[in-house]
Design a protein around this ligand. Structure first.
Ligand code: TRP
Ligand code: ZN
Length: 895
């Protein structure tokens, strides 16, 4: 039976209902025979009952056509089992038995990109979270861990490469031009880590010698045409392997580690044991086609998936409520790795920017959930910024609270204690407690309370007593799962700035003997709703530098004057807070402009001069890291400004921000022009952080100049576009040109876009950047341009990267156009999105559900806009047969 009947929507799974499996599967033997248009999967599963024998055992299975079924070699008759669109139920199963099933599946028709599917010419799998059930009947849950032997067969010409997890133990030719390969994975694993690949792939090979002296073969498989884009992924992999040995004492544990790149992939990459499968966008890189951000993303994702080998695979999750156990921890690990490979502060600033625009928005919306959720409808919807990024922040707070030595003791204990097990976040924190002796009872509230805490800080200086006191109040807004929040344990890293620099700190209850070595820095541990910290012997009224390094994922309110912010931006010893002071100063300036916009006086508006004064001093300071400088000069994004508004006015935000940017650009034009003209566009490209830094500052300067360009500026931009030898500079120039409202520039931009496509049409990843640039271009008419792009031969409505480049980018990164639609239909952007979601929902529900995000924020927008957005959500809700993925998001958003 081939089941594509609609699955009933709205079934919720609860953490409190968790029960261990009644059976385990000791051994899993699969024969996967791939033919044109259909694949046969023969599974031999060794079951063992763990406790009392149940009356029935249900295996998960979806979109499978059952051909044969037997227990211990004896075919079952129809009274002994039942099959429906969710799975297979065995009545009265024995204590211990071998189940044999044979099913037929249709990978060529699988557009969900989950289970076994075909991407261009390559057969590949994606099993996390619950995709294995689309390959064979199984106990598709992470706490069932099995020994896997996989035999793959296919046509030898079509699929010369046949891969699965572990080590290859057999292979050879078969009749009819076919061949096979047999793989054995010696490590027991849950089925979500299963992988299989078959296709015509070329490979790059290298070796790595582990700390204990074992030789590991490293292979990256790509299409022949991409062989020249694998070097960066390979060196990133070797760096990650070395780093995990040095920083966590973790070695790789198989003789071979393989990466396969495919074009059609729902996410970035997948950590299948010994056989990672990657979105091409996260593996392939070369200077001519890949921007600096692209290079860094490859490094980060390669490391992330590699690090999962320990944080995820050797120690895995008991159930999907524990997803952040592996994802939060692994994001923390990859962020630290990237910090060590490049600039630590730059990496931190970039990550925090993502967290507090996108994750904070999620935490304030209808899908808010704690990093360990208590319930879900569709687990695919919970691969969120909260699970990943906020989860990483929680691990970071633990690492900082424990300090490097105890944190390392704790991770050693965690890996040793739970090797080969499927565990919970409780057990992770328990290892932290056991290794450090700290009581983390209150800290654990970060795992089960959603929402972003807000800290309100007030201070008082007593000149006579030379005492300075800081009072911090915490409160967390209600979220759907919980209205009343208990106080969090919040580490607030801080220092105090005086006229001449950082002040020596002594808290009233500290004795002189136990003052730390660095006496200008403290971590205040907030555990109450309100607490006052008193510093003694403070000679002057200081400017507080609070939440250094973004020591906790919270919002912080303190009434800084603009002069205070200038002091912090120029003099704070904490790089993150220097950046933060610039953001606050710029935000205040933009908020002034928004007020002017609302009073219709934006055209005459002259910004407060502090911002430009600070920027000027920073630009003249030659000691600054140029990448930090570029970030400090970067005005807060429209999304961040929106997140700071009670009611969002995307139009005011856009024009106010633009006005401030144009002012900065014209006031500092000379300095910016110097940066751009001093740069030699033909200098040799290196993806090293100091070179990246130079490019990012120079391109930031170009961006400012091109807001109101002189003929000379336009010439500089066109010159860079023509002569750039790398995609970072080429794309920066093209972007500046395309987004420039100047008429001459607009004409040039049209030709430049055409020429760029001509030049790069055979490089899909470059074409994606070309599509994304047009989708986020704020110049009016974007919706019409986007609709035209959907008809362009370069577009492919089944490819997630293309969908993201055009539809997601337009709806998320072009707020002005998305929220204003077309001249006669202001809601056209919303209707466009709903139509795209409906078209995609039955083909690829995971991607369709992700597209809904911008509409879920409807409550934050002014009356008409909010209602128009809601109307489109309602339209989705009314769609018969909507996928459970989309249904969950739509129904929770309308509630
Ligand atoms: N575990 C993967 C990672 O974070 C995430 C992932 C890859 C995924 N593909 C997926 C999650 C498909 C859900 C569906 O590295
Ligand atoms: Zn991950």
């Amino acid at each position: 039976m081939n089941s594509s009947e609609p699955v009933p929507s709205g079934k919720t799974v609860y953490l409190k209902d968790y029960a261990p499996p009644s059976y385990i599967i000791e051994k899993t033997e699969l024969d996967v025979d791939i033919y044109k248009g259909e694949t046969f999967v023969l599974a031999r599963l060794q079951f063992q009952c763990l406790d009392e024998r149940p009356q029935a055992l249900t295996l998960d299975g979806e979109a499978l056509e059952l051909l044969d079924i037997a227990i211990d070699g004896k075919a079952l008759d129809s009274t002994q089992y039942r099959c429906d669109h969710r799975g297979l139920t065995l009545h009265n199963p024995p204590e211990r038995f071998v189940l044999t099933t044979r099913v037929r599946i249709l990978p060529e028709q699988n557009t969900s990109l989950e289970g076994l599917y075909r991407s261009r010419t390559i057969y590949c799998t994606q099993c996390e979270a619950e995709g294995f059930r689309k390959i064979t009947y199984y106990l598709d849950r992470p706490d069932v861990m099995s020994d896997f032997i996989t035999r793959v067969s296919a046509d030898k010409n079509e699929c010369p490469i046949l891969l699965s997890n572990g080590n290859k133990i057999d292979g050879g030719d078969l009749d009819g031009g076919r061949h096979f390969a047999t793989w054995h994975d010696p490590h027991k694993k849950p089925c979500y880590l299963f992988a299989l690949v078959a296709g015509d792939l070329a490979k790059v090979e290298d070796r790595f010698r582990t700390a204990s002296g074992r030789e590991v073969t490293l292979q990256i498989f790509v299409e022949e045409k991409d062989l020249d884009k694998c070097d960066h992924a390979m060196s990133s992999l070797k760096n990650a392997m070395r780093w995990d040995e040095q920083v966590y004492g973790r070695e790789y544990d198989l003789d071979i580690f393989m990466i396969v790149a495919v074009d059609d992939f729902n996410m970035g990459a997948m950590e299948n044991k010994g056989l990672n499968i990657f979105n091409t966008s996260c593996v392939l890189a070369k200077p001519e086609t890949t921007t600096d951000a692209g290079f860094q993303r490859v490094e980060g994702v390669v490391a992330h998936e590699y690090f999962h080998n320990w944080s995820g695979n050797r120690v895995t999750c008991r159930d999907w409520f524990q997803l952040s156990l592996k994802e939060g921890f692994t994001v923390f690990r990859d962020a630290e790795f990237s910090a060590d490979m490049g600039s630590r502060t730059v990496k931190r600033v970039e990550d925090v920017a993502v967290l507090r625009t996108l994750q904070f928005a999620e935490d304030a919306g209808p899908m808010a959930h704690p990093i360990r959720p208590a319930s879900y409808m569709e687990i695919s919807n919970f691969y969120t910024l909260t699970i990943y990024e906020k989860g990483a922040e929680v691990v970071r707070m633990l690492a900082n609270l424990l300090g490097p030595a105890d944190f390392r003791k704790a991770t050693d204990l965690y890996f040793e204690r739970h090797d080969g097990q499927a565990v919970t976040t409780e057990e992770f924190v328990q290892a932290m407690e056991d290794a450090s002796g700290r009581d983390l009872t209150q800290f654990k509230r970060w795992y089960n309370q959603a929402g972003t805490p807000r800290l309100s800080v007030t201070d008082e200086y007593d000149q006579e007593q030379r005492r300075y006191s800081l009072t911090i109040r915490q409160s967390t807004p209600a979220t759907p799962e919980c209205a009343e929040k208990l106080a969090f344990h919040i580490p607030v890293a801080m220092g105090l700035l005086g006229e001449a620099g950082e002040l020596a700190l002594k808290l009233a209850d500290e004795s002189l003997d136990d003052l730390p070595e660095d006496n200008t820095h403290r971590v205040l541990e907030l555990t109450e709703t309100e607490q006052t910290f008193v510093f003694t012997d403070i000679p002057e009224k200081p400017v507080p530098s609070l939440l250094r390094g973004f020591s906790a994922p919270v919002k912080l309110d303190y009434q800084y004057s603009r002069a205070d912010l200038a002091t912090l931006a120029l003099h704070d010893s904490d790089g993150f807070n220097r950046y933060e002071a610039c953001q606050k100063l710029a935000l205040a300036t933009i908020q002034d402009a928004m007020l002017a916009y609302q009073q219709d006086t934006l055209a005459e508006f002259v910004p407060d001069s502090t911002l430009v004064q600070v920027y000027r001093l920073l630009l003249e300071d030659n000691s600054l890291d140029q990448a930090m400088l570029a970030l400090m000069l970067n005005l807060p994004s429209e999304a961040y400004i929106a997140e700071e508004q009670e009611v969002i006015d995307p139009v005011a935000i856009h024009f106010a921000r633009r006005q401030v940017a144009a002012y900065v650009g014209s006031e500092l034009a000379e300095l910016f022009r110097l940066r751009v003209s001093a740069y030699d566009p033909t200098r040799e490209y290196r993806a090293q952080s100091d070179d990246i830094a130079l490019r990012s500052m120079k391109n930031a300067a170009l961006g400012y100049l091109m807001l109101l360009p002189t003929a000379e500026d336009l010439h500089l931009c066109l010159n860079q576009l023509a002569r750039a030898n790398n995609m970072t500079d080429e794309m920066a120039a093209l972007t500046a040109l395309v987004c420039c409202e100047d008429n001459t520039a607009q004409e040039q931009a049209r030709d430049a876009l055409t020429a760029f496509y001509q030049k790069w049409q055979d490089e899909p990843l470059v074409v994606n950047q070309w599509l994304a640039l047009q989708a986020r271009n704020p110049i009016p008419g974007a919706l019409e341009r986007v609709q035209a792009l959907l008809q362009h031969p370069a577009y492919d409505g089944n490819n997630p990267n293309k969908i993201r480049s055009v539809i997601s980018v337009f709806c998320n990164n072009n707020p002005l156009n998305f929220h204003t639609g077309t001249a006669d239909e202001p809601d056209a952007g919303y209707r466009f999105l709903a139509e795209q979601i409906l078209q995609l929902d039955s083909k690829n529900p995971q991607i369709a559900a992700r597209l809904i995000t911008p509409l879920t924020r409807w409550r934050r927008y002014t009356g008409d806009r909010g209602q128009a957005m809601r109307l489109q959500l309602q339209r989705l809700a009314d769609q018969p047969g909507l996928s459970p993925d989309s249904y969950e998001i739509v129904s929770k958003s309308l509630n």
